[in-house]
Design a binder for this molecule. Structure first.
Ligand SMILES: Nc1ncnc2c1ncn2[C@@H]1O[C@H](COP(=O)(O)OP(=O)(O)OP(=O)(O)O)[C@@H](O)[C@H]1O
Ligand SMILES: [Mg+2]
Ligand SMILES: [Zn+2]
Length: 271
């Protein structure tokens, strides 16, 4: 039978060509139904290169996602550079204990996140809850974990914006996105008091839906609040079934920070 490989692959300059790294032949000739064909094959180093390229692209995609989450997150100027390293410790033992646990959570992030462990941090205003959870969010972002730092007000604003006819997202679509974020930081839960008016009923439903979805999928959620879990029900009007799920999501890590507000500590006078 006549060799037809050249006709089949006229652009192949030299089918004897070898990889200049490992020396393996990069063209192979095979006979199929009496016709010989030459085709390019991948040597080990080409395969490795292709795998590396795939990983590079995946990382790039991850970084893009993280940059987007950073932009979406509510970590404003005050908290966006907060880290465990630059935090002040040593003045409030209650804060220090919480600090130690939150830091440990991040150290063990592969396990804690995979298992959907959550934290419920509560205490009076100014004790450092947002600061501490911001340290966690920044630490996890530095490890390329997709996190979103937000609060119920922002979530509801975003979901309401889908009611607009021009919105290219549906309500469920967006809730799904919040529900699927690897780690969701819920700052200041319980700031709003839920009554029985229809707007609050909607918000109550939204909160339940979101919490329930994350609960079902065992997604890690970190809460901060001025209120204990019981107060969320009894004083803030949050549905018991929602708080019940939050309680289980953060089981073992319902942490109270006591002490004085850090907001009143005098700053260095420069004027
Ligand atoms: N460990 C810390 N090191 C340095 N600054 C801190 C630390 N903890 C808190 N702060 C600063 O103290 C102030 C109050 O902290 P933060 O905003 O975290 O309080 P909070 O508990 O979230 O209060 P609220 O309940 O009112 O939201 C902020 O300016 C914050 O940057
Ligand atoms: Mg706060
Ligand atoms: Zn090779």
């Amino acid at each position: 039978m006549e060799e037809v490989a050249e006709n089949f692959a006229p652009n192949i300059p030299n089918s004897e060509e070898v990889c200049y790294v490992c020396g393996a032949k990069i063209f192979r000739t095979a006979e199929f139904m009496g016709i010989k064909r030459t085709f390019k094959v991948m040597c080990k180093c080409m395969q490795k290169q292709q795998e590396e390229e795939k990983i590079r692209q995946e990382n790039q995609e991850r970084m893009r996602k993280i940059e987007k989450l950073k932009k979406l997150s509510l970590l404003g100027e005050r908290y966006k550079n907060a880290t465990f390293e630059n935090s002040k410790t040593g003045t409030n033992s209650s804060f220090d204990r919480a600090f130690g646990r939150c830091r440990k959570y991040c150290e063990l992030y592969e396990e804690t996140i995979k298992n959907g462990y959550g934290i419920y941090l509560f205490g009076d205003k100014g004790v450092g809850k947002t600061h501490l959870t911001a340290c966690m969010a920044n630490e996890l972002l530095s490890k390329c974990v997709p996190v979103l730092f937000t609060n119920l007000f922002e979530i509801s604003k975003a979901v309401k914006s889908t009611f607009n006819r021009e919105s290219n997202q549906t309500e469920q679509n967006l809730i799904e996105r919040f529900a699927n974020i690897e780690v969701l930081f819920f700052d200041d839960l319980g700031t709003e008091i839920f009554t029985n008016n229809s707007n609050d009923t909607w918000l109550q439903g939204l909160l339940f839906d979101l919490i329930n979805k994350r609960y079902n999928c065992k997604k890690a959620t970190i809460f901060s609040s001025n209120h204990s879990l019981n107060e969320l029900i009894n004083e803030r009007g949050i549905a018991e079934k929602t708080v019940d799920r939050i309680s289980e999501m953060a089981s073992g890590a319902v942490i109270k920070i006591e002490g004085a507000s850090l907001r009143n500590t005098p700053k260095t006078q420069i004027f």
